[in-house]
Design a protein around this ligand. Structure first.
Ligand code: DGJ
Length: 541
């Protein structure tokens, strides 16, 4: 087996200065962006804790070993502003220190969520000294002048208080973890967006909205005009591609303009918070979006205005260049997962999925995200919840961990891809290496005497890695896979050898040799239960 892949770029993201080259950072490999931890690319097989779990070391004691046994290598845990800065300027990191220590002792990495100005739109996590001083720390207003418990994006006092606390947090993380790198990635805020209206309608917001679109945004849009995310470019184009004017003059009147206005203001604010943290310790940082199927976005009350949605990627990039990744939280069905991962993988945005489903769905979605979109991480939400132990997720993470060296070596090349077959998408053809692979969803086995089942097996996904001209590793479940050549030479393909097996310490250990009924008499691979198969092919006329 010959890999022949070289790491071809050392471009460092995250504004990491040269002295910090060994701290976790993002690095390009081909078309992919990888997360480098302790000098090596890393796939985060993660799980996000419930919001309040990591506020108590006692609560977490029985949880840590379960997470390690469940084959996670990374845990996403919240750090709340009110817990670390109960009085202005007085910080208490004792719980965080325990969380880092306990994660480390279970060989788990951490992603920290900075629950600060906003969490699921609202401002429930700032300390009381912020919440009570509503004159110094203003809130937004919606229609009819109603105030919402949601800190204004347009207040320097709000932003600077958050940024000071975040800087203190990152300074502390550097002190306690700058050498060991248990903490590998930071989420700044959580699912920001306006609720109750399409935008802030406080006097200060109205004034900004009626003023000119900031020059920095206009310059960015003009510079990147031909590479803008198509949905947003369309909004600008429909309004005439104007290069100056008020928000409604440049982008037209409507929800899309209100969303862009809020996105700009959130990005400016969150970007400055991230910048203050990176000045202390420049770990890679992401923001997450509550992504909803279009039908569930219902303006004006529920317009998801301002969140880092894929269609607003350019506005976020222009306003918050300090943020490395815009991440989708993806619930919903597999078709929605496929479309959302595609839309967030545009324009060079690395894919990190902090929230999704667990179970069998989680296992197959993770495989798909790593193989198809070069994801740096995948995480079901509520990993310490009542579902535990999540044996399906554990099997999936175990399989991905076996494949991780191969996946990491092939990310960013055309020798690896993946499919996730959804309800609207029961078969798919895809080119990988020298062959076109056709994946078709399996149906559940018919019961004796019962009519043939109509449904496909749930969560059918597979990853395909070409490790030679006629040689593949294929891993997944719920489908058959057939091969046809697309390079010059004989036009038909046959299965030469098919082995099931596993990787043990990076070495392939074959199990059964599959043929006969297990390969459709040599016609296709059959992936019923989650597993890995090693395939060699021949060609004939
Ligand atoms: C999305 C949020 O980002 C999480 O913190 C959590 O509140 C979940 N929703 C709950 O389903």
């Amino acid at each position: 087996m010959k890999l022949g892949i070289v790491f071809c770029s050392t471009l460092v993201f995250s504004f990491a200065p040269a002295w910090a080259a060994d701290i976790p950072h993002l690095q390009k490999q081909g078309t992919a962006t990888q997360l480098i931890v302790d000098g090596k690319p890393f796939l985060a097989l993660a799980g996000e804790l419930h919001n309040s779990s990591a506020t108590s070391l006692e609560y977490m004691q029985p949880v840590w070993p379960k997470l390690a046994e469940a084959k996670l290598n990374t845990v996403i845990a919240g750090v709340s502003w009110n817990q670390i800065e109960p009085q202005e300027g007085k910080f208490d990191f004792s719980v965080l220190d325990g969380v880092i220590r306990d994660a480390r002792s279970h060989s788990l990495r951490l992603v920290l969520i900075w629950f600060a100005s906003w969490k699921n739109a609202l401002s429930s996590y700032p300390p009381d000294w912020v919440k009570k001083d509503f004159k110094r720390f203003p809130r937004i207003q919606v229609q009819s002048g109603k105030t919402i418990e949601l800190l204004s994006t347009l207040s320097d006092a709000n932003r600077d208080a958050d940024a000071r606390a975040f800087a203190a947090l990152m300074r502390h993380v550097k002190q306690v973890d700058g050498q060991q790198h248990t903490v590998i990635l930071i989420q700044v805020e959580n699912e920001v967006n306006v609720i109750g209206d399409t935008r802030d309608r406080s006097p200060v917001a109205n004034k900004a909205f009626e003023g000119p679109v900031p020059k920095d945004l206009m310059d960015y849009l003009q510079k990147h005009k031909d590479a803008l995310i198509s949905e947003f470019r369309q909004v600008w184009e429909t309004a005439g591609f104007k290069t100056s004017g008020t928000w409604e003059e440049v982008f037209g009147k409507g929800v899309a303009t209100d969303q862009a206005f809020m996105a700009w203001n959130y990005a400016r604010y969150v970007g400055r918070v991230a910048e203050a943290g990176k000045a202390e310790y420049p770990l890679p940082m992401y923001v997450n979006a509550a992504v909803m199927p279009f039908a569930r976005v219902q303006p004006p009350a529920n317009a998801h205005s301002g969140g880092p949605l894929a269609q607003l990627m350019d506005v976020w990039r222009a306003g918050g260049p300090q943020i490395d990744i815009l991440s989708p939280d993806i619930y919903g069905n597999d078709d929605f997962f496929v479309s959302t991962t595609a839309s967030f993988s545009r324009s060079g945005n690395p894919l990190f999925i902090p929230e999704s489903n667990g179970g069998r769905e989680g296992a197959t979605r993770a495989l798909y995200a790593f193989g198809r979109h070069n994801a740096v991480g995948f995480s079901p939400f509520g990993i310490d919840g009542s579902r535990a132990p999540d044996t399906d997720l554990t099997s999936g993470y175990d399989l991905i961990a076996q494949l991780a060296p191969l996946i990491l070596a092939h990310q960013g090349t055309d020798t690896m891809s993946a499919v996730l077959l959804g309800q609207n998408n029961p078969s798919q053809k895809i080119q990988v290496g020298n062959y076109t692979l056709e994946a078709a969803a399996l149906r559940p086995r018919a019961m004796p005497g019962a009519p043939p089942p109509q449904a496909t097996l749930p969560s059918a996904a597979a990853i395909f890695i070409a490790v030679g001209p006629d040689e593949y590793f294929v891993a997944g479940s719920g489908m058959t896979v057939s091969f046809s050549p697309h390079t010059p030479g004989p036009s038909l393909a046959g299965l030469s050898t098919v082995e099931e097996g596993s990787f043990v310490n990076g070495r392939w250990v074959p199990g059964r040799q599959l043929a006969g009924d297990e390969t459709g008499q040599g016609d296709y691979l059959s992936l019923r239960n989650l597993g890995i198969q090693h395939v060699t092919l021949y060609r004939y006329e």
